[in-house]
Write a protein of this length. Sequence first.
Length: 508
Amino acid sequence: MADELNLTVWFHPSMRLPVKIDPEAHPFKVSPTNTVVDLMDKCEDFFEKITAELGTPLELQINVLWNIKDHKKALNPNDKLGMHFAGTDSFGVYGDIQPAVVKVAPRAEEDKVPVTILTGFLGSGKTTLLNYILQEQKEKKIAIIENEFGEISIDDALLKQDKMNLAEKIVVMDNGCMCCTIRGDLAKGLKELIADIKKGGTIDMIMIETTGMADPVPIVRTFMSDPEITVDLRLDAVITMADAKNLIGRLDDEVEEGKVNEAYQQIAFADKIILNKLDLITTEQAIVVKDRIREINKFAKVLPAIKGRVRMDELHNIRAHDMVNFVEMDLEKEAEEAQELSGGHGGGHEGGHGHEENCAEEHGSGHDGGHGDAGGHGGDAHGAGNGSAAAGTGHGHSSADGKNRHDNRVNSFSIVRDGEITPKKLGAWMQMLGQLKPEHGTIFRIKAILAIKDHPFKHVFHAVMDVSDEDDAGPWAEGEKRVSKIVFIGKSMDQEFLRKGFEAIFEP
């Protein structure tokens, strides 16, 4: 058998090629061990290339290939070419010809229009912030989207104009910003908006106000599951506007059994929190409010503000949901901060534990009470993550009835661990987290940078409720210590269970 075949293509006349191709000038040099489908692929690539060079880019999808010496026998795509061809044989092809699809390289994340979700209760100061963005600031051109169910509509409160129907109308402000109302399907509305923006010029960012739709999760889910949206747009961050004077009252509101306090939810899902109306409270009260925020979300940056005034660069290009940017975030530093903020019960600097007034549990003294080592349990007490394998928050309680008690509020913690993760164990653990049993709590959000065995890249993982995404980021540098970092935000989370599960996926 020859080491190489020199085959010539013959296009079936019924295909009516729109360009003239000289097959004799372009023989196919292939190995007899190649398959028929390999030859099909090679011929299709040749056809696309030659038609582009001739000025008429076309694509060919071959349906049938045969040796012209036996035109009645269509060849099995999986057969070796040496079974049917020798030397300088010719092969016939028949298939579909269509215009070539122009392949456009995907836009880099940093080149997409960033979208910020702005949430917060009525009266927190969102309207004042939006008024500033639309009318006063000159740094950025921002499109503000208000959903249909807003208690205060942008056209009334901000534009100071007569009531108008903004269902399909974009109003452009003097500073280049614009505002509109999207009714119904958010994804469809965003696609229409981006088309209008492309026609009329550039826009620096889009801000979606969630008035009347306090839960940001549905919007986050849209950006994590709709590829048509993420071609041009990227979710930049969830920003929560918090009323410094009334936030604690909101957090203490009683809710029905099984439901989450919306104020907790807004703080928990935030990537950045604007602590507004600081002029209405004392310094001591401001510290208490900030500490209460930290009990729920230890990783969101908290910005002080009066009348919603913050620097525009604090609202733009945060990249909190950019998978590749995760490696630029110092989660280890945040985890260390979380450990400092986790303080004990009674003597901790950032203390606070959220017991009911009639709580019958025994409390530790802040540093010594009931703490185990590295997330372990001491009797019925929950240990804080004091070992080298973990950093984060914990409990130091002993339940009066002898049973472990999990914090039934929203909170957060993190783990930092040296070593490499076994891929198979990681997959099983992630699947388990996606189906977490109620007794282990509810996870709202996960951010992780993972060191996987025999994998040269840092693996990043991001989950919001039931939607998750994962990708490879930058490579591990030569000699760089392989450290995995994971952050959890959720409700009633069983930290011991989650810590042990994370520990178990590492190589022994």
